[in-house]
Write a protein of this length. Structure first.
Length: 207
């Protein structure tokens, strides 16, 4: 993965707990180290459609961790332990011409949090200085035993090496009440809305 460091100075206007915000800032360095790959996601066609929430579309791969899983398009290749940042529990990259041009990553326990809201504050703290925070909204993801789990979706954008990149983070708490974050970066216009939707809908909190 790339190693361009991202600085942090994100302040969440949604935070009602200043203690949680301080915790997020303390742990932001870990999130930044894991999410420092400033990448361009070139278009990848989905194989199959109509997958239900919490499932991988036909032909897609799955990033599996002890707490969270997420599907990735078939062109993405999962990284082994030796190839990914130690801050990532799982990662998949799209490579072109010998360089990484796209990533999907999963982080676990990156901040102290008692709610999906606090997990999202920690995730926002890892967004690079100069980025545009587009917003945060409440969503649910697939949970244990077919249930639903509360989460937050954070949309943002930043510029790296002349490319404007859209980023999405899904953050929440796993079954052990520890924070997780699933992040996708994509050059604007290069990742179809349907593919992004499939990735987000595939996020599953394991029991």
């Amino acid at each position: 993965m790339g190693t361009d460091a991202m600085s942090t100075d994100a302040t969440s206007t949604r935070a009602t707990n200043t203690g949680a915000l301080r915790t997020a800032r303390r742990t932001a360095g870990r999130l930044l180290a894991a999410a420092s790959l400033s990448v361009a996601l070139l278009g990848t066609a989905a194989c199959g459609s109509g997958a239900q929430d919490g499932t991988a579309p036909e032909g897609w791969g799955v990033l599996e961790t002890a707490a969270v899983t997420v599907a990735h398009p078939p062109a993405f290749k999962e990284q082994g332990d030796a190839g990914r940042s130690r801050f990532n529990a799982a990662a998949a990259t799209l490579s072109e011409g010998g360089r990484a041009v796209g990533t999907i990553t999963v982080q676990l326990g990156f901040t102290e949090a008692d709610s999906a809201e606090e997990a999202a504050i920690g995730a926002e703290a890892g967004i690079a200085l100069g980025s545009t925070l587009k917003g945060q909204k409440e969503i649910t993801v697939s949970g244990p035993e077919g249930g639903r789990a509360e989460a937050r979706r954070i949309d943002f954008a930043f510029t790296v090496k002349g490319d404007r990149v859209d980023g999405v983070i899904v953050a929440g708490l796993d079954a052990d009440r520890k924070a997780y974050a699933v992040r996708v970066d994509a050059v604007q216009g290069r990742l179809g809305d349907d593919d992004l939707k499939r990735i987000i809908e595939s996020v599953t909190v394991r029991g």
